[in-house]
Design a protein around this ligand. Structure first.
Ligand code: ASP
Ligand code: MG
Length: 466
């Protein structure tokens, strides 16, 4: 089978971690075609991408030598790992290559200091360097471990638009390029080690896909190469039924549907961002989340399928406020919902949950605490006429709340789920402030007070025997 796999920054954060990565790739390579996508080294004492971005900003403030401070540390970090992981000849070839890349950055840094301006385009040259360095290091480590490997810059593979700092791939062209470049390597038994995070415009100017973009790179390549499976190697065994800090008995889910994954991501569970894996979901390519530091664990398999006829996981969003707009004149007042949402949008506030009973006396919106005041102010402005006519008589903000979300695509059409959720709340003596369920029935969300949040999560976890 053909596997495209990505290792995150912590999975390649030290010589020991990279040794583990090499062992995983070597094992996979025995039975499968493997493409490896790597992030920049995220070492405990030196976060490569962060330090590159900081240096670029310092340069823009006129510190021409900003890169001169970080470049030697980055060289040392990578060469120290190389000394442990690569054969002497590999190590000797790597050093001048990395040095030249960092010298280029130091020169760029001086030019930016002279100009006194950092464009997003120049920033992308800086921020993507960690991946370029690391792909070379890891390819050398693989060759030294007896696995034929070649470092490849994704600027040759992933063609993007010109939104520097947050570019979007042009899939058709990317697919063509990636296949042309990578399939011959796979055929010859070589493992391509591709930089995550970066791409290039049609005219070859480097871009980046946004912070954390290596996952996206991996999806793009997995889709382009029509992979049989795509594996994301992280620092956890997979997706959990709940946050283990809140629910000690939380366990790893063996399987998850695409829509369950998307719901969980929305609620802040530490999984994959839906936009990131969209190219894979579209093609129904199975995804696995696996643990670099516990490779014998099967991890979580995410794919098609409806899931069990029950809840699968429970998660919470903290620091939520709820805004209630209400009054007798709201009944049948057409356009009021549109104006409410319009006002909140003008305040650039993201709505987390909406609920309105069919009596139409009030509309509730949950937003993050940090954004509540801005939303409230804009709502008061928008509805000031209705206020004076007393059609709308109150805009209330309730603070210190939590949204608890119960997720499972098999809940759809299964009677009794809501009963179990609310039964669990009743048994635990927890007051439910608001409720929302979309008609996809993938998710039931409850608003409860922050003081009850953890207990609500535990009660539901128990109630469904997760
Ligand atoms: N190195 C990049 C970042 O830190 C991309 C990634 O790690 O996914 O944002
Ligand atoms: Mg990352």
């Amino acid at each position: 089978m053909r596997v495209v796999m990505k290792f995150g920054g912590t999975s390649v954060g030290s010589a020991d971690a990279i040794r583990q990565v090499a062992a995983i790739v070597s094992t996979t390579h025995r039975d499968h075609e493997a493409v490896v996508v790597v992030s920049a080294m995220n070492a405990p004492d030196l976060r490569t991408t962060d330090s590159l971005i900081a240096a670029a900003h310092a340069a823009a403030r006129g510190e021409g030598d900003a890169t001169a401070h970080v470049a030697p540390r980055l060289l040392e970090l990578h060469m120290r790992a190389a000394a442990e992981l690569t054969l002497p000849a590999e190590c000797a070839a790597l050093e001048p290559e990395l040095r030249a890349m960092l010298d280029y950055l130091s020169n760029l840094s001086r030019s930016i200091a002279v100009l006194g301006e950092l464009t997003p385009r120049a920033l992308d040259l800086f921020s993507g360097l960690g991946e370029r360095i690391n792909a070379r290091l890891i390819a050398a480590a693989l060759r030294s471990a007896g696995v034929p490997a070649q470092a490849i810059d994704a600027t040759d593979l992933i063609i993007t638009d010109e939104r520097y700092g947050n570019a979007t791939p042009l899939m058709e062209e990317t697919t063509e390029r990636a296949r042309e470049r990578l399939l011959p390597l796979l055929e010859s038994g070589t493992v391509p080690v591709v930089t995550g995070f970066i791409g290039a415009t049609r005219s070859g100017v480097p871009t980046t896909l946004g912070r954390g973009g290596s996952d996206y790179s991996c999806s793009i390549l997995g889709a382009s190469l029509d992979a049989d499976e795509v594996w994301f190697w992280k620092e956890v065994d997979g997706v959990l039924t709940a946050n283990p800090k809140v629910v000690p008995e939380a366990r790893t889910l063996r399987m998850l549907s695409y829509s369950e994954m998307a719901e969980l991501a929305y609620y802040g569970a530490n999984v994959l961002h839906p936009k990131t894996v969209q190219p894979l979901v579209q093609r129904r390519i199975p995804i696995r989340i696996r643990n670099t530091f516990n490779p014998d664990h099967p991890g979580t398999l995410i794919g098609d399928g409806r899931g069990d006829r029950t809840a699968r996981a429970v998660t919470a969003i903290k620091d939520v406020s709820m805004i209630t707009v209400g009054g007798p004149g709201m009944l049948g007042l057409s356009g009021v919902a549109a104006r409410i949402f319009g006002a909140v949008a003008r305040a650039h506030v993201n709505i987390l949950l909406i609920s309105q009973a069919s009596s139409e006396q009030s509309v509730c919106l949950a937003v993050s605490h940090a954004e509540a005041a801005a939303a409230e102010a804009e709502l008061r402005k928008e509805l000031s006429d209705e206020f004076s006519d007393q059609d709308v008589e109150h805009i209330e903000v309730l603070e210190s709340l939590v949204i608890v979300a119960v997720v499972g695509s098999g809940m759809r059409g299964t009677p009794g789920i809501a009963g179990r959720v609310f039964g669990a709340m009743g048994n635990a003596g927890i007051n439910v402030i608001a409720i929302a369920q979309g008609s996809t029935e993938n998710n039931i969300s409850l608003v409860v007070s922050a003081a009850d949040g953890d207990e609500a999560v535990r009660a539901i976890h128990r109630g469904f025997d997760l």
